[in-house]
Design a protein around this ligand. Structure first.
Ligand SMILES: Nc1ncnc2c1ncn2[C@@H]1O[C@H](COP(=O)(O)OP(=O)(O)OP(=O)(O)O)[C@@H](O)[C@H]1O
Ligand SMILES: [Mg+2]
Length: 228
């Protein structure tokens, strides 16, 4: 079953947040999801220790560069989706995760456009693909985008990526307090308390649109794989 990695060596790019949003949406639709917490900082494991983790989500922690390949293989035989939250550095563990992935999502902060982090990841993906003699599809996901008007810098970022022939998600992850609170309070967006957190409905809408785009991309990747 599809293995999806979230990778960008830049810290704070939104890997953990977007991995968690996707996992939550998939689980809410009834899918069984394994999240491989491939970050020694253990953000996902800490989230899972808070109340509210859905039963449909299984966390696989204590991952090392030696064990990650086996753990991904095992998880993909047991779950409908395997989501890998990579650490914020370039490492053998990240390379191994990418080498095992059906799709790599590169969260990149829209406003500051960490072009270096994204391009490092793209190089790594292309190298892993050459070694494995297969395509490893990937796309950049712009994150922490302002909820207000589309800024000019964001438009520039999209244009630059387009010109470089890099696939970018149509959906961006908006900067929302609800996303920050998810890691602090645990559970899913739908279980956050609207008295404590503003704009939960908008956060849910954004996260559903993101998950829908991931699913449609996976469907396309699957069709291309079968046609090849
Ligand atoms: N869309 C968002 N809206 C609000 N806060 C966000 C959003 N995305 C990320 N953050 C916050 O920014 C911080 C970094 O995000 P996150 O942990 O997802 O990044 P990361 O790429 O996983 O970082 P690291 O490389 O350290 O693992 C966190 O405190 C998170 O709550
Ligand atoms: Mg992280």
């Amino acid at each position: 079953m599809p293995v999806i990695s979230f990778a960008n060596p830049k810290g704070g790019a939104g890997k953990t947040t977007s991995a968690l949003l996707l996992s939550g949406e998939l689980a809410a639709r009834g899918a069984s999801v394994a999240i491989i917490d491939a970050d020694p900082e253990r953000w996902i494991s800490q989230w899972a220790a808070l109340p509210g983790k859905p039963d449909k989500i299984t966390i696989i922690g204590n991952v090392t560069e030696d064990t990650i390949t086996d753990l991904i293989e095992e998880a993909s035989s047991q779950h409908q989706f395997v989501i890998i939250d990579c650490e914020g550095t370039a490492s053998l563990m990240v390379a191994n995760a990418i080498g095992m992935s059906d799709f790599v999502i590169i969260p990149t902060q829209g406003a500051s456009m960490d072009a270096k982090g994204a391009s490092k990841t793209i190089k790594l993906i292309r190298n892993q693909a050459r070694m494995a003699r297969r395509e490893i599809p990937f796309a950049v996901l712009l994150t922490r985008v302002s909820a207000a008007v589309t800024s000019r810098s964001l438009k520039n970022v999209r244009e630059q990526l387009d010109q470089a022939g890099i696939d970018v998600f149509a959906v961006s992850i908006v900067e929302r307090a609800a996303y920050r609170d998810l890691l602090d309070f645990g559970g899913l967006l739908s279980t956050l308390d609207p008295k404590q957190v503003s704009n939960i409905d908008k956060a849910i809408q954004n996260s559903m649109e993101f998950a829908a785009e991931v699913i449609s991309r996976l469907t396309k990747i699957g069709q291309q794989g079968r046609a090849a």
